[in-house]
Design a protein. Structure first.
Length: 131
């Protein structure tokens, strides 16, 4: 018995069909907010994808501060480093990320790790802090 992996589709289109579309045609399959964003900024998105492909051919890292770019089919398979405000977070763009923004995958706030209370924070250590 052979187990087949289900082929990825986005709104009924395969990834090969989506890669054949340009940004404005792909935007028709997005929800309204992302669609408006992609249609207004399609030139910026197309320039980013073409520049990224050139950098990948030259074996250079693709780094960006543009957290608000909508992920389009041309970006699938790329390794992009997105700035989170402090560092660059490396992410591999997959089919499931289509229609999301780059910043959604580079969290700007880290997890809070609460340690022990500091000197003077509790009643028992308040007297030591005054000395």
């Amino acid at each position: 018995m052979e187990i087949k992996k289900k082929q990825f589709t986005y709104k009924g289109k395969t990834i090969e069909e989506l890669k054949a579309l340009d940004v404005r045609e792909f935007a028709k399959y997005l929800k309204s907010g992302k669609r408006r964003n992609a249609l207004r900024r399609f030139q910026e998105i197309e320039k980013f994808v073409s520049d990224a492909k050139e950098k990948i051919e030259k074996n250079k890292k693709v780094r960006t501060h543009k957290r608000d770019l909508v992920i389009v089919p041309g970006m699938v398979g790329m390794r992009i480093q997105v700035h989170d405000g402090k560092n660059f977070v490396s992410l591999e763009v997959t089919e499931e990320m289509l229609g999301h923004k780059l910043g959604e995958f580079a969290q700007t706030r880290g997890r809070v790790k609460h340690g022990t209370a500091g000197l003077g924070a509790t009643k028992g250590t308040r007297a030591k802090a005054k000395k």
